[in-house]
Design a protein around this ligand. Structure first.
Ligand SMILES: [Zn+2]
Length: 202
C-alpha cells in the first residue's frame, strides 16, 4: 500500500516539476491565434513573412507559398530537434531556445561566395552556395531542386546556428581542422534528419 502511495506521489511530482514541463517540446498552441492569422497569400506581393507554428517566435520569409508551407517547415524543425536531442541532448535548452527564435529566409536562387568550405573543410573559391547562416538566428536557404525541404540545406544551416549559439561561431569549415565545433556526429545528424524528412515526403 505504502509503495503504491509513494509511486503515485512520485508520478505527481514528476508531472508538476518545472524541469519536466520545460522539456516538453514544441506542440503547444498557446499562440494559436497568431499561427492561424499568419498565412501565405499568393495574391499578395512576395517575399512574405510567415510565423512558424508551435515555435515561440520563429518565422520564415518566403518567395512563394509553395516554398514552404509553414507546417512543413515546423515539422522539419521538430525533426531537427529530435535528432539533436538524440545525438547531443539539450540540457540547458539553448538549442530549443534558438529554434524558437530562428528566422529562415527561403530563396529561389543560389548565391556565389568568394570563399566557402565544403563539408570536409576544403576551401573553394567563387563557390556556388545553397545556404548561409548569417547570424545565430538568421539563415538563408536556397529552395532546392525538387520542392522538398529534405533536398535543401536547412538541416545543415540549423547545425551552424546551434554551433554559433554554443561556441560563438558556426565553424565554417565543417569537418575541417581550421575552425572547431563541427564533428562527424553533426554530419550524421543531418543525414538522419533528412532521411526522416523524406519518409514524411517533406
Ligand atoms: Zn556549412
Amino acid at each position: 500500500m505504502y509503495k503504491k502511495i509513494i509511486f503515485i506521489i512520485s508520478i505527481m511530482i514528476c508531472v508538476s516539476c518545472p524541469g519536466h514541463q520545460r522539456s516538453s517540446t514544441f506542440l503547444s498552441n498557446q499562440r494559436l491565434k497568431i499561427y492561424k492569422t499568419s498565412t501565405c497569400d499568393s495574391e499578395k506581393p512576395f517575399p512574405q513573412m510567415i510565423i512558424i507554428p508551435f515555435f515561440e517566435s520563429a518565422s520564415q520569409v518566403v518567395p512563394s507559398c509553395k516554398i514552404y508551407p509553414k507546417h512543413k517547415t515546423a515539422l522539419a524543425m521538430m525533426v531537427f530537434y529530435h535528432h539533436w536531442l538524440k545525438w547531443f541532448g539539450d540540457e540547458d535548452l539553448s538549442v530549443k531556445n534558438a529554434l524558437e527564435g530562428v528566422m529562415i529566409e527561403w530563396s529561389m536562387e543560389k548565391k556565389t561566395f568568394k570563399v566557402a568550405y565544403n563539408l570536409k573543410g576544403k576551401k573553394i573559391k567563387n563557390a556556388t552556395i545553397i545556404g548561409l547562416t548569417r547570424t545565430s538566428s538568421l539563415i538563408w536557404v536556397w529552395r532546392g531542386p525538387f520542392n522538398r525541404i529534405s533536398d535543401t540545406s536547412l538541416m545543415h544551416e540549423l547545425v551552424h546556428v546551434m554551433l554559433r549559439v554554443k561556441n560563438g561561431h558556426g565553424d565554417r569549415d565543417h569537418e575541417g581542422e581550421k575552425y572547431s565545433g563541427w564533428t562527424i556526429e553533426h554530419s550524421a545528424l543531418i543525414y538522419e534528419a533528412k532521411e526522416m524528412l523524406r519518409s514524411f515526403d517533406i
